[in-house]
Design a protein around this ligand. Structure first.
Ligand code: GLN
Length: 207
């Protein structure tokens, strides 16, 4: 049997949505921080999870697979009940309240009070890298943007943690963090660390 101490050490368990996209890099970043992870492909995989990461990839494909796997409604209910979630790139699109230039049948969870435009940086600069000044970090964070969504508006309860040319690229709303770039594709784990700290704070409050 697991001792109470080792059970406490194995938490939190953070799920990484693994239907499609760059999920392995998130698993690696979290593992580097010593956090237990689980790849999420079915509703059963959500059992006992403390938080969820939604990776970059293709939001239209993920939307379709979320519905066919039965995960869409289950995740929506869990996040509604307070489960922290971190969405990056396509993951941010999935969280947004309003998606512009999406496919007509594309679904989003609507939990982040933001309007995002898919592929909103246009063709010429559809992929770019730039150093970001992030609230709470002493030195810049290197942002990798790949056909990134552009955040065109955020609601009053959304805290903007970083911007590019005035547009929010990293935001937080309660227990939701979202980045229009890919923090999992650099060796810098500071944003994952911030998310894990948020998850631990939630756990402490529950006890
Ligand atoms: N353009 C993609 C989409 O719609 C997102 C790109 C990414 O996640 N790197 O969904």
């Amino acid at each position: 049997m697991q001792s109470a101490a080792s059970a406490a050490r194995s938490r939190p368990v953070i799920g990484v949505l693994a239907l499609q996209g760059a999920f392995r890099a998130h698993v690696r970043a979290l593992a580097e921080l010593g956090v237990a992870t689980r790849e999420v492909r079915t509703p059963a995989h959500l059992e006992g999870l403390d938080a969820l990461v939604m990776p970059g990839g293709e939001s239209t494909t993920m939307s379709r697979l979320l519905t066919s796997s039965g995960l869409f409604d289950e995740i929506k209910a869990r996040v509604h009940d307070g489960m922290p979630v971190f969405g990056t790139c396509a993951g941010m699109i999935l969280l947004a309240g309003e998606v512009l230039d999406g496919r007509p049948d594309q679904r989003s969870f609507g939990m982040l009070d933001a309007t995002v435009r898919r592929n909103g940086y246009g063709r010429q600069v559809d992929s770019f890298e730039t150093d970001l000044d992030v609230v709470g970090l002493d030195t810049p964070f290197h942002g990798v943007f790949i056909r990134a969504p552009r955040v065109e508006a955020v609601g009053p309860h959304v805290e903007v943690l970083a911007r590019v040319a005035g547009d929010p690229v990293l935001v937080r709303q309660d227990r939701i963090m979202a980045a229009s770039f890919h923090p999992e594709l650099t060796a810098d784990t500071r944003l994952h660390e911030q998310f894990v700290a948020l998850v631990r704070r939630e756990q402490d409050q529950e006890q």
